[in-house]
Design a protein. Structure first.
Ligand SMILES: [Zn+2]
Ligand SMILES: [Zn+2]
Length: 618
């Protein structure tokens, strides 16, 4: 069990599953009355007004029964309320059904309950709900999404058990004004290769689709093929891509100046035979299918076109949100379908996944690299423990990744040793912060001493490290734009296929960052990052028995403060980088012993950081 389990959550989820629904629960139909809604679409974070109509089904609603309006509960929609017409979220409820009294009240965050009194609401009779009816309207989600969904639930017999009504109430939330310019390019290339430069103008919360046009001036030393000016046309909605030929070795950064004085500099591109190919991915994030933002298609499109990722997985919760993934096979089918549509071997890799959201043992996301897997729910007694989950996944091209393992919403139960085949890597950083160690930059909230990844390495567990966003804002790969910490996974491979990414993860040829695209190259005794290093392999050389040279090269977007070398539980050495963005050194590791581990942590002045996967000595 996790050191901080939430048994009450599991109990509530199971009770809801077992609750008996009266045939009239969830009855009827709902729709948006477009003509009477002041806002067909709304700018994120700004006010609007919508009219919803509910029509009772064949069984009606008993006297004492309820209609519930649930505003999207996660990202800042005003809670519907009926008491203050000058306040946000003021809601008017009415019916033409004579003799029916509607008694409305706010019952929870985002949730308005309307009780039917006087007499039953008969089949076909209607209730109108005007949300945002007051002077201030109702404030929309702070992130753009094409289908922000409202829900109506009905407790037809008034016994306290409700069920969602089938009809859809989708509201379109669009991006706000242009507020930031982002430039992204690959981190590595070879001379003679063309790279894709992504130029994106986003709103203040990182949403794409802004209404903007104008010239963007580009500048980069050593990239003669780069056009000095590109035109952002209105129909591009703020996002364009350029192919740029790379001619020579070096480190290249592109600077840009766009409309409204927006400026940006790209991540560094390192063209050198000394660094391995780096691919970028985000293996953990949520859409509106659980507690995140946007559609499945929006998620993958943002990952590919805006965040310029090579690899993306959407991992909605098995049993969390308005309509649980585990109970709605059509959602899983849609995630699988979109993933397969977006998958282009060699160009963009999608990975099928979901989050096994255990409130007893801690959360793990499950990734299926063949797009064949199923949702094995943590609420299902057949898969409620990590051992049961691993037993069901044995032999499949699947991985599980523990995340926010040192704190956050729930820490990981490390008493159960991770399955070495199914869990070769762990997510050490995300929007929740870092679970690496108590001395980590950007520490996770509610940290639990002794439960950090470094602590369990000391117990002999072996992991490679990745970061991933755990984004809920619809911005995979760029979660750090609106959060103090984000997360990215770097893959040291040139095989951009599902098989190639799985192989990189299994062999720990991966590293983690909390958002910035930091290039990290390490060698220990000539061996690649994440390797198992035999003492007999390094101990025979000119450095003497048990000694090996560690070489490190970091190229960062921002000025570097230092690079820490962590060896078997301790910061062994801290190399100052004096604010340089390029930091390179070699150091001799002496008296290495079997069972030791060694990894590197690069820290920018602004707290941006990268963590190599560890070397393990045997
Ligand atoms: Zn989680
Ligand atoms: Zn998550």
């Amino acid at each position: 069990m996790s050191p901080r389990p939430h048994l009450e959550i599991v109990e509530a989820l199971r009770q809801d599953l077992e609750a008996v629904r009266h045939p009239s629960d969830g009855g009827g139909d709902v729709w948006i009355v477009e003509e009477e809604s002041a806002s067909r679409e709304v700018i994120s974070g700004s006010p609007g007004q919508w009219t919803f109509l509910y029509e009772a089904g064949p069984l009606g609603i008993a006297e004492g029964g309820w209609i519930f309006l649930q505003a999207p509960p996660f990202w800042g929609w005003s809670t519907p309320q009926v008491t203050n017409s000058e306040g946000l979220g003021f809601t008017l409820v009415s019916t033409a059904a004579e003799g029916v009294d509607l008694e409305a009240q706010t019952v929870d965050q985002g949730l308005l309950g309307i009780q039917i009194q006087g007499r039953p609401l008969e089949p076909g009779e209607q209730v109108q709900i005007v949300y945002g009816a007051g002077d201030q309207g109702a404030i929309a989600d702070r992130f753009a999404e094409s289908e922000s969904r409202f829900y109506i639930a009905v407790d037809g017999d008034g016994d306290g058990v409700r069920k969602l009504v089938q009809g859809r109430l989708d509201v379109k939330v669009v991006a706000g004004p242009a507020a930031q310019l982002i430039l992204l390019q690959p981190s590595t290339a070879q001379p003679g290769e063309s790279i894709r430069l992504t130029v994106a103008i986003l709103d203040a919360t990182g949403s794409a689709g802004v209404d903007v046009e104008g010239e963007i001036r580009l500048q980069a030393e050593g990239l003669p093929d780069l056009p000095p000016v590109v035109e952002m046309k209105a129909e591009l909605r703020g996002v364009l891509h350029l192919e740029v030929l790379v001619e020579s070795e070096g480190v290249f950064r592109v600077a840009a100046e766009g409309p409204d004085g927006l400026r940006a500099e790209s991540n560094p591109l390192v063209v050198s035979s000394e660094v391995d190919r780096v691919l970028w991915g985000d293996l953990h994030g949520h859409s509106a299918l659980s507690d995140g933002t946007g559609t499945v298609e929006d998620y993958f499109r943002y990952a590919r076109d805006v965040a310029a990722l090579d690899v993306a997985a959407l991992t909605d919760h098995d049993h969390w949100g308005m309509e649980p993934l585990a109970l709605n096979p059509q959602f899983w089918a849609e995630i699988r379908r979109q993933g397969d549509l977006f998958y282009r071997p060699g160009r963009f890799v999608t990975v099928l996944g979901y989050e096994w959201t255990s409130w007893i043992h801690g959360h793990r996301h499950v990734l299926y690299f063949d797009s064949e897997g199923e949702v094995l729910s943590s609420v299902d007694p057949a898969f409620e423990s990590p051992e049961q989950l691993w037993a069901a996944l044995k032999g499949k091209p699947a991985l599980t990744l523990a995340h926010h393992s040192a704190g956050g919403p729930i820490p990981t139960n490390w008493q159960i040793p991770p399955d070495p085949e199914l869990e070769p890597v762990t997510e050490i950083v995300s929007v929740h912060g870092s679970s690496e160690a108590m001395d980590s930059p950007g520490l996770i909230y509610s940290p639990l001493p002794g439960n950090f990844v470094r602590d369990v390495l000391d117990r002999g567990y072996r992991f490679g490290f990745v970061g991933s966003g755990d984004s809920h804002d619809g911005h995979p790969g760029l979660a750090h734009l609106t959060s103090a910490s984000g997360g990215l996974a770097a893959f040291l491979t040139s095989d951009l296929t599902r098989e190639g990414i799985l192989e990189a993860l299994r062999s720990r040829r991966v590293y983690a960052t909390n958002g910035p695209r930091i290039v990290m190259a390490t060698r220990l005794g000539g061996r690649p990052m994440g390797a198992d290093v035999g003492l007999d392999e390094v101990g025979m050389g000119p450095l003497g028995a048990g000694s090996a040279e560690l070489t490190v090269w970091i190229v960062a977007p921002g000025p570097l403060d230092r690079v820490d070398v962590i060896r078997s539980g301790q910061i062994h050495e801290s190399v100052a980088c004096d604010g340089e963005r390029d930091c390179r050194f070699a150091t001799t590791m002496e008296d290495l012993e079997a069972g030791e581990y060694l990894y590197v942590r690069a820290v920018q002045v602004d707290g941006g950081a990268a963590w190599s996967s560890p070397y393990y000595l045997r």
